[in-house]
Design a protein around this ligand. Structure first.
Ligand code: AHR
Length: 656
């Protein structure tokens, strides 16, 4: 007993000493609890989605068949054909995807006619998982019903699943069958044989896992969508990015082509198949199977406000110089109509033309669209003169809709400086800024918004990512983003949305990196950057709180960055601290001026992200950098800790 008492006294003495050391040397951050700042918009942290890096077809969109409707410019791209196969567009079933194939008897019972689809760098099959095969088909043989055989095969041609379908209708009819894969295969293929002696016509050959996000047909990969949901995003921007603009106007993202019957959504060229000559993917097209309806649905499912971006009539300005490449300013009516119709599609009553389509597609209730962006990375007077009539028309018909304009492709410079006052003059509600920059820029710009004009539009940090020399998604890049994001948070009155970009990349089919989430056909991995986004999003709070170091915000002195919020729902203060220095930093956060009667809970919850700078998460080693949680005791009104070298930590103090 005596021993225990002596031991306790010794511990207490050590603890006091340790506290004194901390108190002597610690950096002191003061959080004035009396001065709650701006309300943090629920849209603050969100997602930017673009079909780049096979993010949609071959990625989030769970369809496993590439070129399912045979309407790529080379109609059999993605397919191997054998025997007697003919592509035709005579008497099409779907007028906007007219091609279909006819499989006919090869003339001998020992020969075969059929097709094999390679998927997107193969097809991912999971052991014992079910796959729904469907096809539109017609029997071309008056003598009697025909048969097709459907097989899932692995890389060694071993059959993982096999089923037969009888094609009995002389007219087009949809047939489907479920196949269960007897083993897992990341690079499988689909084979369809004619298994009778006549001929059949096939159209829209499709294969989906039965298990999709929320179990939807025409659904999304469950693992990838669940990772989006786990970020608790407040805003979901879609469908891009440069694909909004198109390399030319004909290939811009046309939302009206992306809704209605899936089979009749015309295939569009994906500009990312040729944008980088050293990363050519000539088989990259947009099926529009993941279209605007599905984007709205996903926004709803993950609890994010939808933010669609539409073409303003300018084809990509990086690739098109002359005015003749764009829609003349006085001929924008169709484009403006697209914007107005989109708002009707999202919000209109089912008695309206576009509201009716939404209802027919399965969602009679409105999607409650509040934001629309016009133009992606546009610049110059050519943008301003085009945006103006959009603003006028949208304001006149839908005054409550908030309009997002662009600050161009760069974070500063002539184009940027020209656009901001113009956005103000046009009364844009938010301005979309993009910055793909090096670590030094991110560290320097933690104070970027401190001095911004508060009377103009708000800021949407719409595309950003820290680009290291090797463009890796390593911990060093994530740490720089965390440091920068303390500045977004401190300025949450102005910065109302922020979205890292791009979101997804297939490990074998990417064009651009870094990206937030990497995947192959069966697996996905969250990058350190993902965890930074998640820590901000899940701890976004409801009010900004002033947090100062020697009377000023902590924006990088000696490598220390910090911000604070209060969460009125959860009743807690949340302090985020980034230490970019290579040495440990004793820190104490003082919760000053607590209201009389406020009781702070004695335990501080801590989440820390920490690793070597060049550490990455990979599909084979997905948890190399993950947040670690712990607790520490509160000392009176002080949170005392030692910020580990090169670390990002979130401290949560609950109050009653
Ligand atoms: O995110 C990749 C590209 O970067 C986007 O398409 C474009 O807006 C930006 O240039």
């Amino acid at each position: 007993m005596k021993h225990i008492i002596y031991h306790s006294i010794a511990c207490l003495a050590l603890l006091c000493l340790a506290r004194e050391v901390v108190a002597q040397e610690a950096v002191e951050l003061r959080l004035d609890t009396r001065k709650a700042g701006a309300v943090i918009h629920p849209t603050m942290y969100g997602l930017f989605f673009e079909d780049i890096n096979f993010a949609a077809d071959g990625g989030l969109y769970a369809e496993l068949v590439k070129n399912r409707s045979f309407d790529f410019p080379q109609p059999l791209m993605g397919w191997k054909s054998f025997g007697n196969v003919k592509v035709t567009r005579e008497r099409p079933l779907f007028e906007r995807n007219p091609n279909h194939v006819i499989l006919s008897y090869p003339g001998h019972d020992h020969k075969h006619t059929g097709l094999e689809n390679e998927g997107f760098v193969g097809m991912g099959f999971k052991e014992n998982a079910a796959y729904r095969f469907s096809v539109w088909a017609k029997n071309m043989n008056p003598a009697g019903p025909q048969k097709i055989r459907v097989e899932l095969i692995n890389t060694r041609d071993y059959i993982l699943a096999r089923e037969e379908i009888t094609i009995d209708s002389p007219g087009w009819k949809k047939y489907s069958v479920t196949l269960r894969s007897r083993s897992g295969e990341p690079k499988g293929r689909l084979r369809v044989f004619l298994a009778s002696r006549g001929s059949v016509a096939l159209e829209h050959v499709s294969l989906f896992p039965v298990e999709t996000y929320k179990g939807r047909e025409n659904g999304l990969r469950a693992d990838l969508a669940t990772m989006l949901e786990a970020l608790e995003p407040g805003i979901f921007r879609f469908p891009g990015g440069c694909i909004v603009e198109g390399t030319d106007l004909a290939t811009r993202y046309n939302w009206k082509n992306s809704v209605g019957l899936v089979e009749n959504r015309p295939v569009n060229e994906n500009r990312w198949h040729y944008t980088f000559a050293d990363r050519l993917f000539p088989d990259y097209f947009q099926s529009y199977g993941l279209g605007f309806y599905e984007f709205f649905l996903l926004s709803e499912d993950i609890g994010a406000e939808p933010l669609p971006v539409l073409s303003c009539g300018l084809a990509c300005q990086f690739q098109n110089n002359g005015e003749e490449c764009h829609v003349p300013v006085d001929a924008l009516d169709d484009y403006i109509r697209d914007a107005l119709d989109l708002i009707e599609f999202a919000n209109g009553d089912p008695s309206t033309a576009w509201g009716k389509l939404r209802a027919e597609m399965g969602h009679p209730a409105p999607f409650h669209l509040k934001y629309i962006a016009i133009g992606n990375e546009q610049w110059g007077p050519e943008y301003v003169t085009r945006l103006a009539p959009f603003v006028k028309a949208i304001r006149a018909k839908y005054p409550a809709i908030k309009i997002v304009g662009s600050a161009g492709p760069y974070a500063e410079g002539g184009l940027f400086d020209y656009l901001w006052p113009e956005m103000k003059r046009l009364n844009a509600d938010l301005v979309d800024e993009h910055y793909y920059k090096d670590p030094a820029w991110f560290l320097k710009n933690a104070a970027r918004y401190d001095a911004y004009d508060r009377k103009g539009p708000a800021v949407f940090a719409g595309e950003y990512a820290c680009h290291m020399p090797n463009r890796a998604n390593n911990f060093a890049s994530a740490l720089c983003e965390a440091a920068f994001m303390t500045g977004l948070e401190r300025n949450a009155d102005l910065v109302q949305m922020a979205t890292y970009a791009p979101l997804f990349a297939h490990v074998e089919a990417w064009q651009w990196r870094p990206d937030l989430i990497w995947f192959d056909n069966t697996r996905a991995v969250a990058t350190p950057n993902y965890y930074v986004q998640q820590l901000f999003s899940l701890n976004k709070g409801t009010r900004v709180m002033p947090l100062t170091l020697n009377g000023k915000p902590a924006t990088g002195a000696d490598g220390l960055y910090a911000s604070a919020v209060r969460d009125d729902g959860e009743k807690c203060y949340i302090v985020k601290v980034v230490n970019t220095a290579e040495k440990e930093r004793p820190v104490q956060v003082l919760l000053d001026n607590l209201k009389r009667g406020t009781r702070l809970r004695p335990e501080v919850h801590v989440t820390t992200l920490r690793a070597d700078g060049n550490q990455e998460n990979t599909l084979d080693d997905p948890a190399a950098v993950t947040p670690v949680t712990s607790t520490l005791p509160l000392n009176g009104n002080a949170v005392q800790f030692s910020a580990p070298p090169a670390s990002f930590s979130v401290y949560k103090v609950a109050y009653e």
